[in-house]
Ligand binder design. Structure first.
Ligand SMILES: [Zn+2]
Length: 124
């Protein structure tokens, strides 16, 4: 969603970052950690609802729609993602600085599911 802040929280290293959408498009709800080098954890989206601890943290990653000229440099999967309406991410100049501010959050135990989960029907 254009202009919207989102946050991603890693279940491995417990660190979080705030992102901003620079275009309309699809962003992943889960992806490999980009915060800590060598971290094998996955970062989970807050679904455009960053926790209060991240209110003072500035976005340090932006989601953008690549220009036509940029498409040539994309890998097969990136290109497929973009063709399906996906946005790409890139670090902003303040990445290192803002990343540190969000370093003390408790790690999420599991992805936060915001959609209703249907109940299993009782056996008759
Ligand atoms: Zn991590």
């Amino acid at each position: 969603m254009l202009g919207q802040r989102n946050s991603y929280h890693c279940s491995g290293c417990g660190k979080a970052l705030v992102t901003i959408d620079r275009a309309e498009g699809v962003t992943p709800f889960m992806m490999k950690c980009v915060i800590t080098r060598g971290c094998a954890g996955y970062m989970h989206s807050s679904f455009y609802n960053p926790p209060p601890q991240l209110q003072a943290v500035e976005p340090c990653v932006e989601w953008y729609a690549p220009e036509q000229s940029e498409r040539c440099g994309l890998g097969k999967f990136e290109l497929q993602h973009v063709d399906n309406g996906g946005l790409l991410m890139r670090k902003l100049p303040n990445f290192e600085e803002e990343k540190k501010k969000a370093a003390d959050l408790p790690a999420p135990k599991a992805p936060i599911l915001k959609f209703p989960i249907p109940e299993r029907k009782k056996e008759e």
